[in-house]
Design a protein around this ligand. Structure first.
Ligand SMILES: Cc1cc2nc3c(=O)[nH]c(=O)nc-3n(C[C@H](O)[C@H](O)[C@H](O)COP(=O)(O)OP(=O)(O)OC[C@H]3O[C@@H](n4cnc5c(N)ncnc54)[C@H](O)[C@@H]3O)c2cc1C
Length: 238
């Protein structure tokens, strides 16, 4: 479990193909009578983790595919098609600060980007003097409760160990009494406070989560003066 309602599933692939952080696969289930259901799932693992893909699947109790995936026995096979997606992708060769904003399970592809960055921390700097060790990253998380924050332990560890990575969470429904962070939905003021200093830089922003979340955050970012061309979005539906 990577959050109360999200399960991590790792598959080994008979034909593994390299992918970009941010991409997804389509998983197809076929019932004995031939009925098929297909859904997209983002890759949480890093492109450097060769041979496997890891997903983070949120359980929708009345859903068709996510409850099935939650019950999959170890060793079971599923049909997968991918990697898919040429827009919502990030690679360490792209210079500049990285801003990741995830709502709920929208954190999954952002985690792939963060892990990809972590795998390149020891790379020598490029001729322009740019290296992963110096890249500034902000990871903004919106979750309903503390227990709904995906990859919480991994992010707490990264945030406390790397001073170039700023992990900021807001809890929208039921924050614990001890919670000293934000307790509301992401709004323009919050974005200004946390990201204002990146406004006139070459920062790249990735926003992912339920469609209304993504649309609201992207609108605020543009209103703050971030260039549309530097903002990429992925909508999970809902
Ligand atoms: C590019 C892409 C990447 C995705 N990556 C992930 C991922 O990494 N992890 C993940 O858990 N999901 C991800 N999704 C969502 C996933 O594809 C499914 O939509 C989700 O798992 C629900 O499928 P289901 O068959 O269980 O539910 P369905 O049978 O499709 O729907 C059940 C009910 O839930 C509602 N619903 C459907 N999708 C959502 C949603 N995202 N949020 C809230 N309510 C919803 C429906 O309206 C319906 O009422 C991604 C979607 C896209 C387009």
């Amino acid at each position: 479990m990577v959050a109360d309602n999200v399960m991590s599933l790792t598959f080994s692939l008979p034909q593994w193909q390299s992918f970009k952080a941010g991409q997804h696969y389509d998983i197809r289930l076929t019932a004995p009578g031939g009925y098929m259901a297909e859904r997209s799932y983002s890759i949480a693992s890093s492109p450097e983790d060769k041979g496997i893909v890891e997903y983070g699947v949120q359980l929708l109790e009345d859903g068709e595919v996510s409850p099935y995936l939650w019950k999959l026995a170890e060793g079971k096979q599923v049909e997968m098609r991918g990697p898919i997606g040429g827009h919502f992708i990030w690679d360490v060769s792209v210079p500049g600060p990285l801003i990741l904003i995830g709502g709920g399970s929208g954190m999954v592809p952002l985690m792939s980007m963060l892990r990809h960055h972590a795998n390149h921390l020891d790379d020598p700097p490029s001729p322009e003097g740019f290296g992963e060790a110096k890249r500034e990253i902000v990871f903004m998380i919106s979750a309903r409760t503390y227990e709904h924050i995906l990859y919480r332990r991994e992010l707490e560890r990264i945030g406390s160990q790397d001073r170039n990575i700023n992990v900021v969470a807001t809890i929208t429904d039921n924050a614990p009494e001890s919670w000293s962070g934000y307790k509301r939905r992401i709004d323009k003021e919050m974005l200004e406070e946390i990201l204002g200093k990146y406004k006139n830089t070459d920062a790249k922003t990735f926003i992912c989560g339920p469609t209304p979340f993504v649309e609201a955050v992207a609108k605020h970012m543009k209103a703050l003066g971030f260039k549309s061309s530097d903002i990429k979005t992925e909508r999970f539906g809902g």
